[in-house]
Design a protein around this ligand. Structure first.
Ligand SMILES: NC(=O)c1ccc[n+]([C@@H]2O[C@H](COP(=O)([O-])OP(=O)(O)OC[C@H]3O[C@@H](n4cnc5c(N)ncnc54)[C@H](O)[C@@H]3O)[C@@H](O)[C@H]2O)c1
Length: 400
């Protein structure tokens, strides 16, 4: 008669039990391991969905770009180390787009190559908009190495991670500061790039790295060279909230609002003897809504193996005096203005020729109106006296 040996049976059950325990242990360990990430919508490509990594998306321009992308149904991941950006901006995006798989924020420093590679290995990006950067000309002259690290070296890291993971599209935030002070205006994309400060040089080097890499790659690359960015979300959800400690390096719009709020006694206009119509410097101001529109158009028109380099400006120069007058009208505050001698390193006149971007990307500045752009930004400033830290009751609404 054939019968089961109870010893053998016990052995078999014991083995099964042991295997089950070991498997459970492995799963537990894997789950607790920082490298284990269960698959999410962000970690896999989905037909019909474009997943865009927005570096520096907690900052001024990056947050506006993320908002526009989300509105246009893109999947968005922001990576930011919050060194200059605002968690408040991220929270607003999270509140507006809470659905799973729409938006995620990763707190990370692009200076940490290991972390960057890990982020790319855990997320299935279809495109990168690389905004993250320190971006003050004055600061760059005081601390140039910070700029070469943060701008040039970090761009190299992002590019390497993209290459390793085969991310096909890069939209790069560059600047008119890469041109320096060309004699001939307006500036076209063919104008020689001769930057005169570490900020412009670091951005130019980053462009060169991207272009050299591109020669042997099938990546789609769009380099956008912005002129002077102003304005904020017309619906008042986002604004520009630079760190108070960076005020001294700040841009003219920030100084104008600070003067209107009485944080600083007035505006200092440096240089009234330039060879311009009213003696003050001339700049090309572009509204952030137009700027992010250029990014979306660049993304739509990006093609494998192709490079596009575009100026993003209005093509119209406005003097500092005109800017100050527009600011006074927009804020309704009779801002005190002091006229001082020139600041070394300032260029007299800079404005773009936007013909190329109009012809190739079908983009023109539609929302830029110096006074209205400043008025929209002022509305946000007034209702967010402490930046993203504190909203004043009733603020944040209005606009078109
Ligand atoms: N604002 C302008 O007028 C202007 C003009 C031309 C070009 N740009 C370019 O546009 C981009 C965005 O500028 P912005 O005005 O929004 O500046 P911003 O300071 O508001 O935003 C930059 C963001 O990048 C983040 N960041 C910086 N270093 C980082 C790092 N190592 N890792 C992760 N995140 C990091 C900051 O925390 C911040 O949120 C920059 O590349 C800048 O050079 C801006």
């Amino acid at each position: 008669m054939d019968y089961a040996d109870p010893k053998k049976k016990n052995n078999f059950v014991g083995k099964i039990l042991m295997a089950a325990i070991l498997t459970a242990l492995c799963i537990l360990m894997l789950k607790q391991s920082p490298d284990f990430n269960p698959p999410t919508a962000f970690s896999r490509h989905e037909p019909g969905v474009t997943h865009v990594l927005v570096t520096g998306g907690a900052g001024y321009i990056g947050s506006h770009a993320a908002l526009r992308l989300l509105k246009d149904s893109y999947r968005v991941t922001i990576v930011d180390n919050l060194s200059r950006g605002n968690l408040g901006a991220v929270r607003i995006l999270q509140e507006l787009f809470p659905e799973p798989g729409r938006f995620q924020f990763i707190y990370a420093d692009l200076g940490d190559a290991k972390v960057v590679h890990k982020i790319f290995s855990q997320n299935a990006f279809d495109a990168v908009m690389h905004f993250a950067a320190v971006a003050y000309v004055g600061e760059s002259t005081l601390d140039p190495l910070k700029y070469y690290h943060n701008i040039t070296s970090n761009t190299l890291t992002v590019l390497e991670a993209m290459a390793t993971r085969g991310v096909p599209t890069l939209i790069y935030s560059s600047t008119c500061a890469t041109y320096g002070e060309p004699e001939k205006m307006p500036i076209t994309e063919e104008t020689p790039q001769q930057p005169i400060n570490p900020y412009g040089k670091a951005k130019k080097m980053a462009e060169e790295i991207i272009l050299d890499f591109h020669k042997n790659s099938n990546m789609s690359v769009m380099i956008l060279r912005y002129f002077n960015v102003i304005g904020s979300d017309p619906n008042g959800r986002l604004g520009e909230a630079p760190r108070p400690e960076l005020r001294e390096h700040g841009r003219i719009s920030g100084a104008c609002f600070d003067a209107a709020r009485g944080i600083i006694p007035g505006l200092k206009v440096r240089g009234i003897d330039y060879k311009t119509a009213d003696g003050t410097c001339i700049r090309d101001y572009i509204d952030v809504t137009d700027l992010v529109d250029a990014h979306v158009k660049a993304l739509e028109k990006a093609r494998p193996g192709k490079v596009g380099i575009y100026n993003v400006g209005t093509g119209r120069g406005r003097s500092v005096k005109e800017f100050v007058e527009a600011c006074k009208t927009a804020t309704g505050v009779p801002i005190k203005v002091d006229f001082l001698p020139r600041r070394p390193g300032d260029y007299a006149e800079v404005y773009s020729d936007p013909t190329k971007i109009r012809n190739e990307l079908n983009w023109t500045a539609k929302y830029t109106d110096l006074q209205e752009s400043l008025q929209i930004a002022w509305r946000w400033q007034k209702s967010h006296l402490n930046g993203y830290g504190l909203s004043v009751a009733g603020g944040g609404g209005g606009g078109g």
